[in-house]
Write a protein of this length. Structure first.
Length: 106
């Protein structure tokens, strides 16, 4: 993870801190390093589709990655940055969802 993206220390973070850190991640270096979330998630969706034989979309990827973070947090394996990542996946998913028509996802 890019050190500029998240700087968690032992101090308590507020929801504002978490959302600001998530914004740095999804609107900053990660996009520069990996391309847009839409393109990256579409690539992941294509790979998952080929592997499982079930159609996945970029929106599915954002939701499944969010569920991965939730599972890690629930099982005690997450860390403070897991909440930042969760917020980032939700933001990316929300943006992807906003580009879809109501007939695709409602």
């Amino acid at each position: 993870m890019n050190e500029e993206c998240i700087e968690y220390v032992s101090e308590r973070k507020t929801r504002r801190d978490i959302l600001r850190e998530a914004e740095k991640c999804v609107c900053g270096h990660r996009e520069q390093d990996y391309g847009t979330a839409e393109d990256n998630f579409s690539t992941i969706a294509s790979l998952w589709t080929a592997y499982k034989g079930v159609t996945f979309s970029a929106l599915d990827v954002s939701m499944m990655m969010a569920l991965l973070k939730i599972a890690r947090i629930k099982n005690g394996g997450g860390s403070g940055d897991s909440f930042v990542d969760l917020a980032g996946y939700a933001a990316c998913g929300g943006e992807i969802w906003g580009t879809l028509t109501d007939s695709n996802y409602g």
